[in-house]
Design a protein around this ligand. Sequence first.
Ligand SMILES: Nc1ncnc2c1ncn2[C@@H]1O[C@H](COP(=O)(O)OP(=O)(O)OP(=O)(O)O)[C@@H](O)[C@H]1O
Ligand SMILES: [Mg+2]
Length: 193
Amino acid sequence: MIINKEQVLAALSNVEDPDLKKDLVTLNMIKDVRIENHHIAFTLELTTPACPMKEMLKNACTNAIKHFVAADAVVSINITSRVTKPNDTTQLNAIKNIILISSGKGGVGKSTVASNLAVTLAASGAKVGLIDADIYGPSVPIMFGLIGAKPSAKETEDGKTLILPIEKYGIKLLSLGFFADPEQEVPWRGPMA
Ligand SMILES: Nc1ncnc2c1ncn2[C@@H]1O[C@H](COP(=O)(O)OP(=O)(O)OP(=O)(O)O)[C@@H](O)[C@H]1O
Ligand SMILES: [Mg+2]
């Protein structure tokens, strides 16, 4: 039996990306299909190099080909990733690069790393903003010597209120710490947090 590309793609259209809930062919993730007798090779292009489902998808592809095309097929899959920019219409479109600093543990230096990265990038000529998304213990006001600082706001023509970030060392800064009195407790619970 001669195996053709259409058969391979038809088989792979049974494999769904568990996150995106569509099949790999529809998602245009299958590239560069090569067939030589019963040897089938292709590239699986993931959306992130850190995809936790890599092995699972690889096995699912191999099984689909063995099941729908040929049981004796020898399948080799090359995994790559194409990191796409967010394709939405939000204001994030105006931002070229986003660096997220996070950890699964408290007090390990997230704020220190984020602040120093921001200052260093700004000093090297980048246009930088830093959002302190820490709702429990925002430390950016302390790190930047801005305890007690309050951002101002302005009304846009269409009636929206824009919060204007505070600027320090050439960086635009926002932190929940700017909106709460340092002495005041802020109760964050459930859906609000
Ligand atoms: N590389 C480092 N070596 C030693 N101490 C550090 C280092 N980085 C940060 N620290 C110190 O560790 C403490 C915690 O740092 P930081 O506040 O940046 O952590 P964090 O991960 O943001 O904490 P939190 O989870 O409370 O937000 C601070 O006192 C900081 O000065
Ligand atoms: Mg912190």
